[in-house]
Design a protein around this ligand. Sequence first.
Ligand SMILES: NC(=O)c1ccc[n+]([C@@H]2O[C@H](COP(=O)([O-])OP(=O)(O)OC[C@H]3O[C@@H](n4cnc5c(N)ncnc54)[C@H](O)[C@@H]3O)[C@@H](O)[C@H]2O)c1
Length: 261
Amino acid sequence: MTPLAGRIALVTGAAHGIGRACALELARQGADVGLVDLDPGVEQTARAVEKLGRRSAWATGDVGDPEQVHAAVDRIRGVLSDADCLVNNAGIVDHIAPLLKMQQSGWERELAVNLTGPFNMIRAVVESMAAKGWGRIVNMSSGAARSGLYNQAGYSATKAGLLGLTRNVTLEFARKGITCNAVLPGMIGTEKVKAMPPAILEQAVSMTPARRLGTPEEVAQMVAFLCSDAAGFINGAEIDIDGGLRLSHTVLGSQRELRSR
Ligand SMILES: NC(=O)c1ccc[n+]([C@@H]2O[C@H](COP(=O)([O-])OP(=O)(O)OC[C@H]3O[C@@H](n4cnc5c(N)ncnc54)[C@H](O)[C@@H]3O)[C@@H](O)[C@H]2O)c1
């Protein structure tokens, strides 16, 4: 089944992790895929897309910098044409500290990548989507947008801000045939996450009702669905992909749950 045949998708942060899985799933479902990443290793993802029989183009660039975004989008447009779908996946957890110990520069960097990045990318592609009367934008938020995360104020705030941006893009562009949705992953077993200290991973698994990490492919499946025609009336939505983690405060009434923490 190739529901995305004939579509051109753009994925940011596609060198690794969830972004790479999204690029490959979009290709499996028929799309040609443009890739943007700070890491030139993104070329490996482009080669993997081509192995799946789809066209690909890639550019290195910092999504937080509007000039680099325009250069990257232009380069990809020159090879593949205008994007029909945009997956704003690039994101960082760069600054882990209590609020009063945070560096201003760390806060600003997370804002630039996690929130200004999607803003820049959307502004670079949304006009051509509107002109075609069809577009799909998926923003990679996080469960942290709702719950907050200890010592990660910048990350939580930017991921919550991204939900606000998602709603506004919906309000402004839904009438042009464009959808803009957010996905909120819980703990996903990317290479980076799996390299975290075992005690933290065990805690994350024990807090997750599904009692496991999610996979990048599980997130990618939802992203690909949101990019399809079938998802045309889903707009401004916030979709949790977290094995139930958001419900994990619900331990009242279960001694077994309390003991397992
Ligand atoms: N892994 C998880 O458990 C998890 C949970 C919730 C949300 N998320 C979100 O999913 C997204 C992907 O996470 P991941 O775990 O795959 O991360 P990752 O670190 O494995 O990959 C992120 C990719 O983004 C790229 N990148 C970083 N800054 C960039 C910039 N300024 N411009 C362009 N590219 C840049 C990196 O080079 C890398 O290839 C992020 O937005 C993250 O916040 C991840």
